[in-house]
Design a protein around this ligand. Structure first.
Ligand SMILES: [Mn+2]
Length: 294
């Protein structure tokens, strides 16, 4: 079966990153580096179940939090901080205590953290951006990406309106998936589906990607790792590697670096790994977003 066509297919057992947990019978994965972004803790859309499971069953030497980890915009509107969101923060801090190097790059939704740039809290270093060198010597510029998003830079109120509509869409998405869960159907992201269908969203994504590539060349790096647009990706544009760590409100996705330096996009849900995509396997149509049943 073609893996790209079957997003919910079981993974092969010869996966080098896989380590069996004898007690739980669950697979644990170990990576050189993990990149997660756009978890939007403090907003109702945050998929804390999938995220907690991901943090539990994935280990790494270095962890990048690539922005919008906490949603300060939503919290300002209405305080919402359930226990599982707290658990996510606790588990991330525990990783830092247990020897994982954690670097937190604030985004636009958690820009309050930008006042602490260069400081370290509980072993978590806060930085505006970073250069990450992979095991095979590829240099990546790691940044959230909102600095180069014109809508947010030039018309802040417009970004808030967009955020409001987006929050409504995520609410609809949540209801849809509550119903799907009741019928034992797998999670399906309505908002990601729309994003890929709506022309203006698609052209926004490609405009964002072009700007990131241009900026990466200025920084003299081989590639860029960013978040912000909630669309996990790894591909080559104009000889530069464009990688996006995705999000945990729509698609539950992350970016990982294996010990040989290869990057992969992974999709996760509350029951574990859904699918993995390396640079070669990712293509515009390989997104595992088509509804299996609706
Ligand atoms: Mn953002």
């Amino acid at each position: 079966m073609d893996e790209n066509q079957a997003p919910f297919a079981a993974q092969k057992n010869d996966d080098p990153a896989r380590v069996e947990d004898r007690k739980t019978k669950r697979s644990s994965y170990k990576y050189r580096t993990i990149f997660i972004s756009d978890t939007h803790l403090g907003s109702a859309g945050a998929q804390h179940r999938a995220l907690l499971d991901f943090i539990k069953y994935n280990e790494c030497d270095k962890l990048y939090l690539v922005g919008d980890i906490v949603d300060g915009w939503q919290l300002k509107r209405k305080w919402f901080w359930p226990q599982p969101h707290n658990d996510v923060i606790q588990k991330l801090l525990r990783k830092a205590r247990n020897g994982t190097e954690v670097i937190y790059i604030p985004g636009n939704h958690d820009e309050f953290a930008r006042q602490f740039l260069g400081l370290s809290f509980g072993g978590v270093l806060i930085s505006n951006s970073d250069i990450h060198e992979t095991a095979n010597g590829t240099r990546f510029w790691v940044v959230h990406g909102d600095f180069f998003d014109n809508v947010i830079q030039h018309a802040r109120w417009l970004a808030y309106v967009g955020d409001f509509a987006y929050t409504k869409l995520l609410t609809l998405n949540r209801w849809l998936n509550l119903i799907r869960r009741r019928f034992n159907l797998p999670y399906w992201s309505f908002s990601q589906y729309l994003k890929l269908k709506v022309k203006s969203a698609v052209s926004f994504i490609s405009a964002f990607e072009s700007v990131m590539i241009r900026e990466t060349k200025k920084h003299q790096c081989d590639g860029v790792i960013c978040g912000h647009i909630h669309k996990a990706e790894i591909k080559i544009i104009d000889d530069i590697i464009y990688a996006n760590s995705g999000d945990w409100v729509e698609s539950s996705s992350a970016l990982v670096e294996n010990f040989d330096g290869q990057l992969e996009v992974i999709y996760w849900n509350e029951a574990g790994l859904v699918s993995k995509h390396s640079l070669d396997e990712m293509s515009a149509d390989a997104m595992s977003l088509a509804p299996s049943a609706l």
